[in-house]
Unconditional design. Structure first.
Lengths: 125, 383, 233
């Protein structure tokens, strides 16, 4: 499919710059988040199948698989948010001269927020 | 009656200008270049739009240059950085040439103006603060490939076709007339024959080699010279050393860089010539005499370009006449074949006009050249 | 001091099913440009097709992918890019391959044509009333963009969206608007195939050999369009 081919090109980060990797990260995390939303809407509609079914689903969410996905989700959200905010500024023509610094700051912020949130999750878990 | 078919061999500025001139007169032109467009000598020029003042010892050559300079500015102002140039005297010896220089410019009818050193330094602060005299001249600079493509774009508008990666490996001569070229297409690796009513040799320093394919000789000697490009633009006006033509006597600026040159020697084969280190050192040294900071700038590139010089003999090659010539090979028993050789980038349009006059006469095409009047088509329209 | 280098060049001729990689061994000192090394290889194999003209990084003809990164071959030194004495040379991405290392850049030039670009801008330096050969009192210079196509090769959108005008043409449009204030001239840049299809990967700006910052110029044009034309033209 044309879309698959385009995606493969977009996500090929071999030899690419920080800015390009940021673009690829935004797209990859964006796709992951979109897919996650769709899957999540389907899985919570298990509620329609009754209390017992819903409870067994919640058990999965509370288990190691659920934890793994939570971590992925946090990373994706943090990076997508931070890189997205940075990109939104640049794409409106603001801060263009400090592009490199803005991206570095965005990565630091994204990784920082993700790390902090994961620490809280693990502590709570 | 269908218009005559002409094959032009050589895809540099000369070939491109010839293609334009002939196509504009109504001929069907196919240009064949063995490499990519501009991959020969003219693509490598440092990009000087000559005022002609460098050649004031030959007022005819100088004036011809100046007039073509004005023509190019008129037909394609968008292609040139029209900032003029300065001839600067750095030493007492240089000063000794000043009067002869000014007189020569006068005889050639080239408008120049002498400036106080202080004024020159105000305009161009990178110049040697100890400069002793400065004369402003109507130089300009350009990006060679874009100019070549603009001529080809203009030619294309009149139906001409350019085929790069097409090497002419033979010229078919039948009954004392050149009737076809044998071509090796490097894209498909196929060989084919292309018939023509007339064949033009515009192959620059390779003109001798091409002429030999038809069994004739042209006195073109490849004369390489070294150029050194720096990272950093040293000024806007071209810096020329005020002395008779010599090595390392020019620094030209284009976009964000400056190029210094050049030297001169003779070779037999213009392919595979390397830049002698001593030439590079000389050029940098001479450049720094005009603009001291040249010695501190990082070197962007060092390269060699072979001028097609007319006349032969040994020696350094400098001082050989730099005017051009059109050879009608009918006189040597091969009709339908002509060579246009020598000259420089600035006069290519004129070279093409003179060659075009010959071809038109031979083919009975009653159309004068109008390339000096019509605005040049922008290069992006070639594609 | 001459050293032996392995040049691994991607070859393709009309009629071949797929490209092949051919190795050439070239002797040169580390300061030799990749272009000069290719010419040495070509002296021994005249079927090698590659594009070049000025040999000093101003014409844009010799853009290639060298060890995976877009560069101008004439100002890229063997010593700076070789890995274990090996340099892989491939044609630019995003353009149809004509043969070997030569690509067809028509798409880029047609995109330029669509925005009727300016070619000259004011240069820094002293004015010059009455000097012979000065077109204007203020000096001028050609725009830094060489139209080499490296930005198209670097751009993920140019490589996957055929109608996208591309970083080079859009950057020229941005500059042209800045120089002329003529929105009508650059209208094509504000259509969907123009600045709005840029995904801000900025690889174009990182790889541009002339420091033209096409990505930045695209964003500046976007900003102007938002502020002055409500996002239109």
């Amino acid at each position: 499919m044309r879309v698959a081919g385009a995606l493969r090109e977009w996500l090929d980060v071999r030899g690419r710059s920080l800015e390009y990797v940021s673009f690829a990260a935004r797209r990859a995390t964006g796709l992951f988040l979109a897919a996650y939303l769709v899957v999540h809407m389907f899985d919570i509609s298990v509620l329609l199948l009754g209390e017992e079914a819903y409870n067994s689903l919640l058990a999965v969410f509370h288990g190691p698989l659920g934890l793994a996905f939570d971590v992925l989700l946090v990373v994706a959200l943090s990076l997508h948010g931070a890189l997205g905010a940075c990109s939104a500024l640049l794409e409106a023509g603001l801060g263009v001269r400090w592009r490199r610094q803005l991206y570095l700051a965005a990565w630091l912020a994204g990784i920082g927020v993700a790390a902090a949130t994961i620490a809280v999750i693990l502590y709570a878990w | 009656m269908t218009s005559p078919r002409v094959v032009v061999i050589g895809g540099g500025i000369t070939g491109a200008a010839v293609a334009y001139d002939l196509a504009q007169r109504g001929m069907r032109v196919t240009l064949l270049e063995r490499g990519s467009i501009g991959s020969g000598t003219s693509g490598r020029t440092h990009g000087l739009l000559h005022s002609g003042c460098r050649y004031v010892r030959d007022p005819e050559v100088a004036r011809e240059c100046y007039l073509e300079n004005m023509t190019l500015r008129r037909i394609a102002p968008f292609l040139f950085e029209k900032n003029g140039g300065l001839f600067v005297a750095v030493t007492e010896d240089d000063l000794g040439y000043l009067d002869e220089f000014l007189e020569g410019c006068g005889r050639a009818g080239i408008p120049v103006r002498q400036l106080e050193p202080r004024e020159a330094l105000r305009l161009e602060p990178e110049l040697n603060p100890g400069l002793k005299a400065a004369v402003a001249v109507p130089d300009g600079t350009f990006d060679p490939l874009k100019v070549i493509y603009s001529f080809l774009a203009s030619a294309r508008r009149y139906g001409a076709e350019a085929r790069p990666y097409s090497e002419v490996t033979g010229i078919v001569v039948r009954g004392g007339r050149a009737v076809a070229v044998e071509v090796h297409d490097k894209v498909s690796m196929r060989r084919y024959t292309l018939e023509a009513d007339f064949i033009v040799n515009a192959a620059g320093p390779w003109a001798g080699r091409v002429a030999a394919l038809a069994g004739v000789e042209v006195p073109v000697r490849p004369s390489p010279g070294v150029m050194v490009a720096f990272e950093g633009r040293l000024g806007n006006m071209v810096f020329n050393r005020l002395n008779p033509p010599s090595d390392g006597d020019i620094i030209i600026h284009q976009r964000g860089i400056s190029v210094a040159g050049t030297t001169s020697w003779l070779v037999d084969d213009p392919d595979g010539v390397e830049a002698p280190r001593s030439h590079v050192e000389l050029i940098v040294k001479r450049a720094a005499e005009m603009a001291p900071r040249a010695a501190e700038l990082p070197v962007r590139a060092v390269y060699v370009s072979s001028r097609p010089l007319l006349g032969a003999a040994g020696g350094s090659g400098r001082g050989v006449s730099r005017s051009f010539e059109v050879y009608d090979h009918e006189a040597e028993g091969v009709a339908g074949f002509a060579t246009v050789a020598g000259g420089k980038f600035t006069t290519a349009r004129l070279m093409a006009e003179k060659l075009g006059d010959l071809v038109a006469e031979k083919l009975g095409v009653d159309a004068p050249s109008r390339t000096a009047e019509e605005p040049l088509t922008p290069y992006w329209l070639y594609f | 001091m001459d050293v032996k280098w392995r040049l691994i060049v991607r070859r393709w001729k009309e009629g071949w099913d797929s490209p092949r990689y051919q190795e050439y061994v070239v002797e040169a000192d580390p300061d030799t440009s990749v272009l000069d090394a290719l010419e040495k290889a070509w002296l021994g194999d005249r079927s090698l097709v590659f594009e070049h003209a000025c040999h000093h990084g101003v014409c844009g003809a010799c853009g290639m992918v060298i060890n995976g990164v877009e560069r101008l071959a004439c100002i890229t030194r063997l010593g700076d890019v070789a890995v274990g004495g090996t340099v892989v040379v491939e044609p630019l991405r995003g353009f149809p391959v004509v043969s070997d290392l030569a690509v067809d850049k028509s798409r880029m030039f047609r995109a330029s044509a669509a925005v009727s670009p300016a070619t000259l801008e004011p240069a820094r330096g002293g004015g010059a009333e009455g000097l012979p050969g000065r077109a204007a009192v203020r000096p001028e210079k050609l725009l830094d963009c060489l139209e080499c196509g490296i930005c198209y090769s670097a751009c993920p959108i140019a490589r996957t969206m055929e109608e996208y005008l591309g970083p080079g043409a859009l950057a020229l449009a941005s500059k042209t608007l800045e120089l002329t204030g003529d929105w009508g001239r650059v209208a094509a840049a504000l259509e969907r195939r123009g600045v709005w299809s840029c995904h801000a990967a900025f690889e174009c700006s990182v790889r541009c050999p002339a420091g033209f910052d096409p990505g930045g110029l695209i964003m500046i044009l976007r900003g102007k369009s938002l502020r002055e034309r409500g996002g239109g033209r």
